[in-house]
Design a protein around this ligand. Structure first.
Ligand code: IVH
Length: 664
């Protein structure tokens, strides 16, 4: 739609160039017009339509910075029992005796955006947003305008990275919106959006005019430890001049932590800022170190979220979206309704069974809920007993008309069109270039759709042949020499992609970025992985990889057995050379070695031992073979120990293993 394009252009002028061409009132009427058109012609809604965007995410062009230590996220819990289980997991991982207390800290989870502040020899040298956790945006000039953030500190470590939340208070948010409205400026959906929009500005003067605050909740790189326990480390940060929550509390037991959760929940409405839960952290920092991380979240922390906010509205339509694996996902279009400060117009309905379970029909009144960042969902149908015809789930793909089927025992309905299905092709390409995969900047949905239509893009390999169409592209509307060359050089820059991102980008079912890393940690390259998947007994070998189970193993075997997948991969590998996997663990003499743990361990759990091996760059395997480099045997070791002895593999006991870890 031309109108959506026009709106996107104004968005860009407003956010990226700070040079709006039209008043906000005119802008709003464009958006309204677009919405009215979309209501009449829902099949024409563009994927990048402004109405699909939730909240206002300013897309400023800020410089990128790599974090010295990744900025991670937290696992969520929604019930007391999940919190008790968390503490249980901590106990098991550390193999703690039953009477050893696990002291926790509990503090509010602030609904802002996380920020890392780096001080070198006492001076603030860098402020960065979280970004994807590895690479964030440089907001140094912006954070310098925030009064809560000290420009310099006395008596701190030489290198100190303070991490915390930039936020806006509820009162400041209301006042800002009033001012914005009066001045014909942009009105923000909620304090979080206002904080993000205010911090991520190219022009720091705009940030300076916005009432931003900061609360510290942790740290990144340090040249020396702050303390030995979480609480004292936070007190140290406070003494250095950083605001720390006054609701931060040391809790002796999990029940005490849960009581503090309830106290914070009670105080929530009266707090000056928005919070969406309580964060628990293991108090002892040496334990935090041992617990380490799994995927993108620490084993030593947990976010206990407040119950979801609910609202009622009408289900106006059910659209079917076709994903990259062909899955048909029903999406409910709602009469827009505010839920916890955000307007919600779409909900995922998950699958056919979910629609049946709720007895959903177009026109029903529904209760929806939204918990934190989770996609809103329908929790209840309020008009179940009205006699109207049931919704019929399509048995053909709405995009390519191929038959849509569900496999035995599976709830999902899938399009059987494979690569002939334009939706699947589009989604696969979009996934391949997305931020978590190859991250090709400038190759957005719109361009992908355009190139598919032109017949230039069928498979991922074609992306690397787009340069052959340079002159044709230059002749097309909307493409200037600069934008074409930027795109082509962004593509060229990815001829040697990161291995796990490349594997993840292939879009194999169940293979997320963490699994992709686990797989390459073991196999090194995608070719090796393919070899294993196609070899006899490959499925069993794959499912023995740490972090990989039978479901992933089966998906890999299925994927590599499809001839067209192998062809597409070969084609792609003729264009690019993914880098062999480099573990983020330290390089040690154990890097690349295979270690097997057997028998019982006394000072640590099996999981901790495996995590230690991984930190040394080694792989922990489940069975002993000629490829095994070391066996760590505890009391009760049986057949594995015997086999190791037969094969002449080095065997050590638990104490010797601890020595190896300490020395490596
Ligand atoms: S601790 C390893 N404490 O929540 C990450 N995070 O879901 C440790 N957040 O990205 C984070 N309040 O931006 C921590 N009191 C708090 C927090 C908090 C808000 C944010 C933080 C993080 C996200 C994780």
């Amino acid at each position: 739609m031309r109108l959506a394009k026009e709106i996107a252009r104004h968005d860009k002028l407003y956010h990226d160039q700070d040079a709006p061409e039209i008043s906000d009132a005119d802008y709003d009427s464009l958006v309204r017009e677009n919405r009215a058109l979309e209501e009449r012609f829902p099949h024409l809604i563009r994927a990048d339509s402004p109405s699909r965007r939730l909240g206002a995410a300013p897309t400023t062009v800020l410089a990128k910075v790599a974090h010295s230590r990744p900025m991670l996220s937290l696992d969520n819990a929604f019930s007391d029992d999940e919190v008790r289980e968390f503490v249980g997991r901590v106990r098991r991982f550390l193999a703690l005796p039953a009477d050893e207390p696990v002291v926790l800290t509990a503090e509010p989870k602030i609904d802002g955006l996380s920020c890392s502040l780096r001080y070198e020899r006492g001076r603030l040298v860098l402020g960065a947003t979280r970004g994807d956790g590895t690479i964030g945006e440089d907001v140094t000039a912006n954070v310098r305008t925030i009064r809560d953030i000290p420009q310099s500190i006395a008596d701190g470590p030489d290198v100190l990275e303070v991490r915390g939340e930039v936020y806006m208070s509820k009162a400041d948010f209301e006042a800002l919106n009033e001012r914005q409205e009066a001045a014909g400026g942009k009105v923000f959906a909620n304090p979080r959006n206002a904080a993000a929009g205010s911090l991520r500005q190219k022009d720091a003067n705009i940030t300076a005019s916005r009432p931003l605050r900061f609360l510290a909740h942790g740290w990144g790189e340090l040249s020396e430890p702050l303390a030995t326990i979480q609480l004292l480390a936070m007190k140290k940060l406070e003494a250095l001049g950083f605001p720390v929550s006054d609701l931060l509390k040391r809790c002796e037991t999990v029940e005490e932590a849960l009581a503090h959760y309830r106290a914070i929940e009670k105080a929530r409405a009266d707090l000056p800022f928005d919070i969406d839960g309580v964060v628990y952290k293991v108090g002892r920092l040496d334990w935090q170190e041992r617990l380490g991380f799994v995927g993108r979240a620490p084993r030593w922390g947990l976010a206990h979220k407040f119950p979801a906010e609910k609202a009622e509205t009408t289900l106006e339509a059910i659209d079917i979206q076709v994903g990259r694996t062909g899955k048909l996902t029903p999406v409910g279009r709602l009469k827009p309704v505010g839920v916890g400060g955000v307007m919600v117009a779409n909900v995922t309905l998950h699958n056919r069974d979910e629609i049946e379970r709720l007895g959903l029909r177009i026109g029903d009144r529904v209760r929806i809920q939204r918990a934190g960042d989770v996609i809103p969902q329908v929790v209840e149908n309020l008009t179940r007993d009205e006699p109207r015809p049931a919704y019929v789930f399509p048995d053909h793909c709405p995009e390519c008309q191929s038959e849509a089927v569900s496999e035995e025992g599976e709830v999902d309905v899938r399009c059987t069109g494979g690569l002939i299905c334009p939706a699947q092709r589009f989604e696969r390409l979009r996934h391949f270039v997305s931020r978590g995969a190859l991250d090709i900047e400038g190759l957005g949905e719109k361009s992908i759709a355009e190139f598919i239509e032109l017949g230039w893009l069928n498979s991922p390999a074609d992306i690397f042949r787009l340069r052959n169409h340079r002159s044709e592209l230059l002749g097309r509307e909307g493409w200037k020499e600069k934008s074409v060359d930027n795109l082509l050089s962004a593509i060229e820059a990815k001829r040697q992609p990161d291995g796990p991102r490349f594997l993840f980008g292939l879009g194999i079912r169940h293979v997320g970025i963490v699994t992709a890393k686990d797989l390459l940690k073991c196999f090194g390259t995608v070719e090796e992985l393919r070899g294993a998947a196609l070899s006899e007994g490959g499925e069993a070998e794959l499912s023995s990889v740490q972090g990989v189970g039978p479901v992933v193993a089966e998906a890999l075997v299925d994927f590599f057995h499809e001839a067209h997948n192998r062809e597409a991969l070969d084609d792609l590998l003729s264009e690019v050379s993914p880098l062999p996997f480099v573990s983020d663990a330290r390089a040690t003499e154990w890097t690349g070695k295979t270690i097997v743990f057997t028998g019982s361990l006394e000072t640590m759990s099996r999981d901790e031992a495996k995590a230690q091996a991984e930190r040394l760059g080694a792989r922990a395997a489940g069975s002993v073979s000629a490829k095994t480099d070391l066996v760590v045997a505890g009391p009760g070791a049986g057949s594995k120990l015997k086999k190791a002895e037969e094969l002449g593999i080095r065997v050590v006991n638990e104490a010797e293993w601890a020595q190896i870890v300490a020395e490596a």
